[in-house]
Design a protein around this ligand. Sequence first.
Ligand code: HEM
Length: 246
Amino acid sequence: MTAASILFAGLFYGATAVLVVGLALRIRLYAVTPAPLKIPTTPAPVTRAGVAWRLAREVFFFESLFKASLWTWLFGWVFHAALALVLLRHLRYFVEPVPAILAFVQPFGIYAGFAMAAGLAGLWARRFLVDRVRYISTPSDHLMLALLLAIAGTGLAMKFLAGTDVVGVKSFFLGLLVLDPQPLPDDGLLLVHLGLVVALMFVFPFSKLLHAPGLFFSPTRNQPDDPRERRHLAPWAARLEADRKP
Ligand code: HEM
């Protein structure tokens, strides 16, 4: 075992713990935060089933972004859809045997790498080229885009320029899963790719990337438009009312 293998084994265990616990705590916080008012963005569905359908359209098609800004939607949607394919392709490093569906997506996953980079480049260009977006962009907005683009860039470089020992990569990660660390191939590009992934896992629960779980807890999206049929009463407001009763 090289020093790099031991370091990366430790980093991945640490990053996974931070990602899983950090995300769980965030989601719990979102779940217990009261929504004091009825504020669905109208026109909104009037039933729970309608809300589920609207949320699904939001998750899969980014519907509200489509209505708001076609360019941002195009780059954003392409990036996220490609990311999903890329991650699906990566699952082969973590399972053995590889199920047929994962084998099937492999070629699509490769080209999705380019689409992912193109989407990110478009989203980043927007932060420089659109005045009002440049004005409100913070260092973290740029940093997240740079991090994701660097992950895609090093991944594509491994695939198309330098090549790496993917069998060795797989045995390292299968080893981590059964708490039996194996050596990691000694390849600079791979170490950079994985180092950036570790950084992404560490910052995820503290970053704007929380919009992924956050979408499901957004009152403007997850409430049915039924204030006339059903009185909206937050738990804290109910307690206030109970206290005031003679
Ligand atoms: C522990 C997690 C990860 C491991 C072990 C890993 C490993 C690899 C390896 C070995 C390659 C080269 C594939 C080949 O030569 O056939 C690659 C490519 C790539 N990786 Fe990763 N990667 C990880 C996470 C990620 C993440 C989170 C992203 C995106 C945010 C990403 C984006 C890419 C892209 C776009 C490519 C090029 C397309 C492809 O070959 O799939 N990787 N990765």
